[in-house]
Design a protein around this ligand. Structure first.
Ligand SMILES: Nc1ncnc2c1ncn2[C@@H]1O[C@H](COP(=O)(O)OP(=O)(O)OP(=O)(O)O)[C@@H](O)[C@H]1O
Ligand SMILES: Cc1cn([C@H]2C[C@H](O)[C@@H](COP(=O)(O)O)O2)c(=O)[nH]c1=O
Length: 208
């Protein structure tokens, strides 16, 4: 595939969406063909799956069902949006991808990173990002941010206890250790402007 696939990862309230919006603006000003998207979601079918997974009423959802639904949404989003964009040579910037499933379902939920990796191998069929930026933030900082963010709906995963969110962060750090050639850690507790500049610089490195 001719394009470039970049993902942004991190715990709740890390600032991914805020910084991604600024980065996309900047890169579009440079005349680049940018597709900004997110998981779960990004296209109608995956957004419908998202609303099932994140619905606060769905407290009975089994952990494996949750993992499978994320993988299903991922497959549809890849097939319908990401792969066609990469094939035409675009730069795809995606808020979350398979590392979220490994950190949240594999590590924090305890399903196992390998097991969750296996169901996702079927979904992604070899498509992996060239670069992943991991926005690292302590969960208490990230959660405080989202609770003060007017208009941001608190979803089923946000409501997990602090120890779950601590495990998510731990899972991400393990993934970064295992994938040093792909995952770059950004200190997301810095002031937003610094996070933006560091993110842009990392992306520009792979664009060169
Ligand atoms: N570096 C920063 N310092 C302080 N606040 C920030 C920073 N970056 C973002 N915020 C604020 O934190 C809140 C959450 O940001 P944002 O929605 O971008 O996070 P996110 O990583 O996309 O979260 P989630 O994945 O949980 O939806 C927003 O109110 C945003 O303005
Ligand atoms: C892709 C993916 C996401 N999650 C979790 C992470 C968040 O709690 C929500 C998505 O909400 P956001 O506001 O868009 O960040 O879903 C997950 O557990 N596993 C995944 O694969």
């Amino acid at each position: 595939m001719a394009g470039l696939f970049i993902t942004i990862e991190g715990p709740e309230g890390a600032g991914k969406t805020t910084v991604l919006d600024r980065v996309v603006n900047e890169l579009r000003k440079q005349g680049l063909d940018i597709v900004q998207t997110r998981e779960p979601g990004g296209i109608a079918i995956a957004e419908q799956i998202r609303s099932v997974i994140l619905n606060k009423e769905n407290t009975a959802m089994d952990a494996r069902t949750e993992a499978l639904l994320y993988a299903a949404a991922r497959r549809q989003h890849l097939a319908e949006k990401v792969m066609p964009a990469l094939e035409r040579g675009a730069i795809v910037l995606c808020d979350r991808f398979v590392d979220s499933s490994l950190a949240y379902q594999g590590y924090a939920r305890g399903l196992g990173m390998e097991e969750v990796g296996s169901i996702n191998a079927f979904a992604i069929d070899g498509v992996m990002p060239e670069l992943t930026l991991l926005f690292d933030v302590r969960p208490e900082v990230g959660l405080a941010r989202i609770h003060h963010h007017d208009g941001r709906e608190v979803n089923r995963l946000d409501l997990e206890d602090l120890s779950f969110h601590e495990k998510v962060r731990e899972g991400y750090i393990k993934l970064a250790d295992l994938n040093k050639d792909r995952i770059v850690i950004i200190d997301a507790e810095q002031e937003e402007g610094h996070v933006f500049l560091e993110t842009l610089a990392e992306i520009e490195k792979v664009l060169r």
